[in-house]
Ligand binder design. Structure first.
Ligand code: ASP
Ligand code: MG
Length: 402
């Protein structure tokens, strides 16, 4: 019997009625002749609520304890769902990440999956049960509970689909697929039928929230095709898979954005070998993810370096830089309220003038570009946060995505 992995996000299990709806869908999939594995997120805003409680108690909660706390949200969902399936007369079993054999490293709150021990999963499937796995969590070599970072249930689903060689991996969410832009901002945004892994990676990295970035990396690495779709309808959604001839190779497939960037500029950094390594080494030491980096021309033996981080990581970045300032004698300035707008498309590789058109569109809308970065299938501009929505709408229209 072929195996299907389905993942349901928090909104799809937000209350007990919706849990019953998911139970019916899983029983239906079983009835179609699949062995069914379902990965479930925490109900509704549970993860946010748990985090808020932790931060009421401590400004910097120990990360091991955060993982103990956050992993409970997903366990609530799978246990209730198992009960709902039993009510429908089918057998199901709920498993924690640990019980499901999901092994990770020890980077608490941002752990990476290192392997999946499928023995228990296969036993339970072979005994005819629907297997429900608590998303977003695993177990470290020290046998502690770990979590995979926000949105991590997507990665759990992909990892299980790869390890079980599932025929399909369906990601059920509250939107019916991947859109040409955020539909909350752009009224005529369209659902995209299929995108390549490469495009989806760029989109997830530049702000598309439907899929966790790491889940797409994992899917690409193991060649797991993903079907992103709504749990409230039976409509097809968006396929994320290997690029092929049938995919419409749009020059620009989507406009994405983020509105939580901060920009830091180090002024008059000594221009000698090893300085960038020292600066970014210190940031890495504080686990800060640096996004865009620009180093300017050197003048009189010094240079300016600008880079962006997610705003929540700004305090950690400042801590790293402050610790360095004695050593390097550098000052820095902060632009807190920044955002980023990006265009992504596999067709832009072979099409000149795309970046120029983006810059012209932003200029015509009176939007100043502070930083630019590109890859072969993406152009990103850092701009003021207050102008992000206007920028998204202008670009969506300019590239005729509606
Ligand atoms: N519950 C976790 C979160 O809210 C994981 C997930 O939903 O995928 O980030
Ligand atoms: Mg999610």
């Amino acid at each position: 019997m072929p195996i299907i992995v389905q993942k349901y996000g928090g909104t799809s299990v937000a209350d007990t009625e919706r849990i019953k709806n998911v139970a019916r869908r899983l029983v239906a999939a079983r009835g179609e002749g699949y062995q069914v594995v379902a990965v479930i997120s925490a109900m509704g805003d549970t993860t946010d609520e748990l985090l808020a409680m932790a931060h009421d108690i401590s400004a910097e909660p120990p990360e091991r304890e955060l993982d103990m706390l956050l992993s409970t949200g997903e366990r609530v969902s799978v246990a209730l769902l198992a009960m709902a399936i039993h009510e429908l007369g089918q057998t199901a079993i709920s498993l924690s990440g640990n019980q499901a054999g999901i092994q990770t490293n020890t980077v608490h709150t941002k752990a990476r999956i290192t392997g999946v021990e499928t023995r228990r999963l296969i036993e339970e499937l072979d005994s005819g049960k629907i297997v429900l796995v608590a998303g977003f969590q695993g177990v470290s070599p020290e046998e502690d509970v770990t979590t995979l970072g926000r949105g991590g249930s997507d990665t759990t689903a992909v990892a299980l689909a790869a390890a079980l060689e599932a025929q399909q991996c369906e990601i059920y969410t509250d939107v019916d697929g991947v859109y040409t832009a955020d539909p909350r901002i752009v009224a005529d945004a369209r659902r995209i039928a299929a995108v390549s892994y490469g495009e989806m990676l760029e989109m997830a990295a530049t702000g598309a929230e439907v899929l966790m970035l790491r889940s797409v990396e994992y899917a690409q690495k193991y060649g797991v095709p993903l079907h992103v779709r709504s749990s409230f309808t039976d409509q097809p959604g968006t396929w994320v898979r290997e690029e092929d001839e049938n995919m419409e190779k749009a020059v620009v497939s989507a406009v994405t954005h983020t509105d939580d960037e901060s920009k830091l500029t180090l002024l008059r950094v000594p221009d000698r070998p090893g300085v960038a390594a020292t600066v970014f080494g210190a940031l890495a030491g504080e686990n800060v993810n640096v996004d865009m980096i620009i180093q300017n021309v050197s003048e009189q033996g010094t240079t300016d370096i600008s880079f962006t981080v997610n705003q929540p990581e700004l305090p950690a970045a400042q801590k790293a830089l402050d610790a360095l300032s004695d050593e390097l004698g550098v000052a820095y300035i902060i632009g807190e309220q920044m955002g980023k707008v990006s265009i992504v498309g596999a067709g832009m590789k072979s099409y000149p003038g795309v970046a120029a058109k983006m810059f012209k569109t932003l200029a015509d809308a009176g939007i100043n570009i502070e930083m630019i970065s590109t890859s072969s299938i993406k152009v990103s501009c850092v701009i003021e946060r207050a102008q992000v929505e206007d920028a998204v709408r202008a670009l969506h229209t300019a590239f005729a995505l509606g």
